[in-house]
Design a protein around this ligand. Structure first.
Ligand SMILES: [Zn+2]
Length: 319
């Protein structure tokens, strides 16, 4: 299914001869402890692998963006009010990857990118893991933007605590949104591609008892690496482990999720309107202009005729 058939496979040029079928990404929701805990889990392996191929990400950059993409989708579920609410998550540390940005939506569409996709680091010596905090940096800021009920954008921000992303998102939710929570995120690569990726976000509601919170904390602490659970039993097993002894009740419907951008040829053409007429004339004379969408890596070759039409007050229809 994947490999050569993937529309972006040729661009990244990193797809090996073997093809691996990853499960479609999805989000599961549930409650536990009589509704005093809300759980959101995401299986995001395929979505993160898609991001890796689109952007030509290094191993460590894949882990950093993969965690951030997953977190943005989980945050959209927790913070979004409507069926199409979007949440923008920006992690800007002082590490070599530069900023890491993702936008999740309650409808399951997720997109994102990093400043320096080639940046990479060796595996960490102390535990042999991908060095996400090293590539992100430990000094910096996490910013979360969403639309409020009245349609106004609202941005909250906090200092990074570790650059590992899960801890940063968790601290942001606790401190800036006053939402007691636990967050687990993981990306596991094998043979240069994403094998497992996912996340859990557990929110304590008002009325959660001390016993419930204590049990949850003990469960989460005992879990270790989320990707170990994803590898062994999938997302459901990970959710069951996190809510062990707390009477997990899952919502029946899973929400499909995928990497999806909002760019279009029309938007790419329109972006040229911000240049001066003289600059557009230069583009016409040099055979057109390529516009690259930073969110998804899509390349739009805008023809001289299309650029010319912008000055005539519109763009020609194009097949
Ligand atoms: Zn795009």
């Amino acid at each position: 299914m994947r490999g050569a058939a993937h529309p972006f496979a040729g661009r990244a040029g990193k797809v090996g001869p073997m093809t691996v079928t990853l499960p479609d990404s999805y989000i599961l929701r549930g409650t536990a402890a009589g509704g005093t805990l809300r759980l959101v889990g995401m299986e995001s392996s395929r979505l993160v692998e898609d991001a890796r191929l689109r952007h030509g990400l290094s191993k460590t950059a894949t882990a950093a963006l993969g965690r951030t993409l997953t977190a943005s989708a989980l945050l959209a579920v927790v913070l979004g009010k409507r069926t199409d609410s979007r949440v923008n998550l920006r992690i800007e540390g002082d590490g070599p990857v530069g900023w890491v940005v993702a936008e999740g939506s309650t409808d399951g569409r997720v997109r994102g990118y990093v400043r320096h996709p080639d940046a990479d680091l060796p595996l960490r010596e102390r535990d042999g893991k991908l060095d996400v905090s090293g590539i992100v940096g430990q000094e910096g800021e996490i910013a979360v933007t969403r639309l409020l009920d009245n349609g106004e954008p609202y941005t909250g921000s906090a200092h990074l605590v570790s650059g590992e992303i899960a801890e940063d998102v968790s601290t942001y939710l606790g401190v800036s949104e006053q939402i007691p929570n636990a967050v687990l995120l993981g990306v596991y690569e094998e043979g240069g591609r994403v094998a497992h990726a996912g996340g859990l976000l557990i929110q304590a509601m008002p009325g959660a008892s001390d016993e419930t919170l204590g049990r949850l904390e003990a469960n989460v602490r005992a879990m270790g690496q989320l990707t170990d659970h994803l590898r062994r039993g999938g997302l459901l097993a990970a959710l069951e482990r996190a809510a062990e002894g707390l009477d997990l009740r899952l919502a029946a419907e899973a929400q499909p999720a995928h990497f999806a951008c909002r760019c279009s040829r029309q938007k790419a053409q329109d972006s040229l309107k911000f240049f001066s007429a003289a600059e557009r004339q230069d583009m016409i004379e040099t055979g057109g202009q390529e516009i690259v969408c930073h969110w998804c890596g899509e390349r739009y070759q805008i023809t001289p005729e299309e650029i010319d039409a912008l000055d005539q007050g519109g763009a020609p229809a194009r097949a």
